[in-house]
Design a protein around this ligand. Structure first.
Ligand code: SF4
Ligand code: SF4
Length: 115
C-alpha cells in the first residue's frame, strides 16, 4: 500500500490534562482490552505494547458511567477516579451512615414516601 505521510494518524495519551478518569493497576491488568471495547465514549485505545493497560486518549470526555470497570474480568485492575466534587459524602440522619457517589456497597433503600 502506498501511504502518504499526510494520511498517517498518530494518537498519544493525553498527559497534560489534569483529568484522570480511570486508573489502571498494571500489576493486575492483563491488557485484554474489554474496557476499551465497552467504553461508551471511546476514550481508551489498546496499548501498542501487548499485555499492558490501555491508554487514555480523551480523559476529559469520560462520563464516569463505570462500564469499563464493571466489564473488567480482573480484580482491582481498573478503578474510576471520580472528580473531587463527586467525592463529597452525604450523611443519612437516621443512621448516621455516610455515603457518596460511586461507592461500592449498595445504597440503602430510601424509606421516605415520594413527595
Ligand atoms: S478490562 Fe481490565 S484487565 Fe482488561 S485491559 Fe481493561 S483494565 Fe485491563
Ligand atoms: S467511565 Fe465510561 S466513559 Fe469513562 S472510561 Fe469508563 S466506560 Fe469510558
Amino acid at each position: 500500500m502506498n501511504r502518504k505521510k499526510a494520511d498517517e494518524i498518530h494518537v498519544f495519551p493525553n498527559l497534560p490534562s489534569p483529568t484522570r478518569p480511570v486508573v489502571f493497576n498494571p500489576n493486575n491488568c492483563t491488557g485484554c482490552n474489554k474496557c476499551v471495547n465497552v467504553c461508551i465514549m471511546d476514550i481508551l485505545i489498546p496499548n501498542p505494547e501487548k499485555g499492558k493497560p490501555p491508554l487514555v486518549v480523551f480523559p476529559d470526555e469520560c462520563w464516569y458511567d463505570a462500564c469499563c470497570e464493571l466489564h473488567c474480568p480482573e480484580t482491582d485492575a481498573i478503578r474510576l477516579n471520580y472528580p473531587l466534587m463527586w467525592k463529597v459524602p452525604w450523611k443519612r440522619k437516621e443512621t448516621g451512615e455516610y455515603h457518596w457517589v460511586g461507592e461500592r456497597k449498595p445504597l440503602p433503600p430510601n424509606p421516605k414516601p415520594p413527595a
